[in-house]
Ligand binder design. Sequence first.
Ligand code: G3P
Length: 223
Amino acid sequence: MQIYLDTGNVKEIREAASLGILDGVTTNPSLVSREGREFKDLLLEICQIVDGPVSAEVVSVEAEAMVKEGRALAKLHPNIVVKCPLIPEGLKATKQLASEGIRVNVTLCFTPTQALLAAKAGAWCVSPFIGRLDDVSSHGMGLIRQILTIFRQYQFSTQVLVASVRHPQHVVEAALAGGHICTMPFSVFQQLVKHPLTDIGLKKFLADWEAHHMSNPAEIQSV
Ligand code: G3P
């Protein structure tokens, strides 16, 4: 499963990318507006940091205007994936952009039928928002499984990007379900690596080593 960061913050992206396991970034208008920066500059900086897909969302709501915006965004950098909302005009724009070879992430997906239409329009990926479904007492992960089954059934190449992730358990379930991509806030990304037993275990290993005055393995001479 590919791991993306869902943020517009370059400090967070840099830190996650330094681990060498970050596959891409998703942004949305809310995340970008939080940064108080020019959209184009921000996108270019993100594309410089991450060698992978970077989703950038259109803000028009009519197909023709979305296509225009999408073309301009895609022209900025080869890593850019254009994000279109899952509304009728968004599907029209997706169909057009996909026919021009532009990768589209169809976002704000909340039902299997919406996902099916996005795949039929030629979306590169579809983003079901699982956290927002859980928030309204629906079953976000159930939606992921339904979409994956439908896509497999008809061999759609559209990928399922699990979005609106709120905690590490969402990531575990996304991976178990076979989600292609999981995007998450930096706080969740940080939690993925953490376990108190790892920290306690490491502390004990190092204390035992130190207590017996063992030498640093980096200083061991090869024979
Ligand atoms: O980027 C789209 C999605 O991941 C938003 O998540 O937490 O605002 O529901 P959230």
